[in-house]
Design a protein around this ligand. Structure first.
Ligand code: NAD
Ligand code: UDP
Ligand code: UDP
Length: 336
């Protein structure tokens, strides 16, 4: 009968490992709007270690200030069009400007980010055996001839238009994801994100919800781009982040639409902003940009069935939350 010996002193390496997080997660584009909210959510779980990679083209360190210096958090200035050698278990690949003004500003860079950036992240996923999620977009449906859009629809996209760097770029990114999956067995997840809004959007980034709220706060006319009958469906950012995490953790490759099926014309959106935020503000019609999709509304049957996900926050609940954030960032005291 052997006597019980005290366990040997754990080696420094082993004890370091003991304190290591169970899951090391890379978020590309994590300094941006959706990325920073995703980081907040992932950091809530003490088992996660989060690494953000961002070139700060449209994102900002300020969005992550609460995590800088945290032992489970790391921020790397890096452009995803360059190779990246790190060790991770999961990759949320968001890096890419999302506002038309920014993605059209340097279209060649946008397509490089979508194609070479996604290729690099897939190469990384292949080398380390990580699961990778791509944030694709409803723009892959182009100016859709099917309404609402479900994932089986192949889209109606202009390959040579001013939006192509973004929508064709994301289509190639989806192709790369599936080719790496079929050819190399990489675990992939594809989310097709529909218009998302919420706190931390760039105040002047040109997207419609941020434009209208900033205009209403500044007593400037709400600029509805003609004809104003075009529709979009707006998802609040906390719902979006919840959907992305469920998709990553589940067993389905996708593509899966993640968005809020509540559909509004731009005139209706302007009227809601006017009523909720500044009843005195004027609504004017201005010229539109080329190839603007006329309608967009997600069919979210797949997300409901496969992820048990559906959005909770209605547009009229989300708009005031965003107003509050914009007032704070603009340093304006609420007057009503
Ligand atoms: P965002 O512009 O706020 O964030 C994008 C982030 O990527 C920024 O921090 C930016 O600096 C970074 N980035 C851009 N190019 C990079 C590069 N080459 N290397 C490293 N970092 C780079 O946009 P967002 O609204 O948070 O969108 C995030 C993702 O979701 C994007 O992939 C976008 O295509 C997708 N998406 C967003 C929406 C939406 O409504 N917001 C809709 C559909 C899809
Ligand atoms: N890559 C990367 N990080 C890695 C592994 C690969 O950035 O850890 C890049 C690599 O530089 C290449 C791309 O990912 O440009 C695709 O890699 P893969 O190994 O699939 O292809 P190959 O290098 O054989 O072309
Ligand atoms: N839009 C608008 N006024 C603005 C900005 C945009 O009416 O100040 C319209 C635009 O024409 C489009 C819709 O709002 O029909 C959504 O545009 P956004 O740039 O927000 O996103 P998109 O869905 O086009 O990527």
């Amino acid at each position: 009968h052997s006597t019980t010996k005290p366990p040997p002193n754990p080696s420094p390496l082993r004890s370091a490992k003991f304190f290591q997080a169970n899951m090391r997660i890379l978020v590309t584009g994590g300094a941006g709007f959706i990325g920073s909210h995703l980081v907040d959510k992932l950091m809530e779980n003490e088992k996660n270690e989060v690494i953000v990679v961002d070139n700060y083209f449209t994102g900002s360190k300020d969005n992550l200030r609460q995590w800088i210096g945290h032992p489970r958090f790391e921020l790397i200035r890096h452009d995803v069009t360059e190779p990246l050698l790190i060790e991770v278990d999961q990759i949320y690949h968001l890096a890419c400007p999302a506002s038309p003004i920014f993605y059209k500003y340097n279209p060649v860079k946008t397509i490089k980010t979508n194609v070479i950036g996604t290729l690099n992240m897939l190469g990384l996923a292949k080398r380390v055996g990580a699961r990778i999620l791509l944030t694709s977009t409803s723009e892959v449906y182009g100016d859709p001839l099917v309404h609402p859009q479900d994932e089986s629809y192949w889209g109606n996209v202009n390959p040579i238009g001013v939006r192509s760097c973004y929508d064709e770029g994301k289509r190639v990114a989806e192709t790369l994801m599936f080719d790496y999956h079929r050819q190399h067995g990489i675990e992939i997840r594809i989310a097709r994100i529909f218009n998302t809004y919420g706190p931390r959007m760039n105040i002047d980034d040109g997207r419609v919800v941020s434009n209208f709220i900033a205009q209403a706060i500044r007593d400037e006319p709400l600029t509805v781009q003609s004809p104003g009958t075009q529709t979009r469906s707006f998802c609040y950012v906390s719902d979006m982040v919840d959907g992305l995490i469920r998709l990553m953790q589940g067993n389905n490759t996708g593509p899966i639409n993640i968005g809020n099926p509540g559909e509004f014309t731009m005139i209706e959106l302007a009227e809601n902003v006017k009523e909720l935020i500044n009843p005195k503000v004027e609504i004017i019609s201005v010229e539109n940009t080329p190839d603007d999709p006329r309608q967009r509304k997600p069919d979210i049957t797949k997300a409901k069935e496969l992820l048990g996900w559906e959005p909770k926050i209605k547009l009229r609940e989300g708009l005031p939350l965003m107003e509050e954030d914009f007032l704070k960032r603009l340093g304006i005291a609420r007057t009503n």
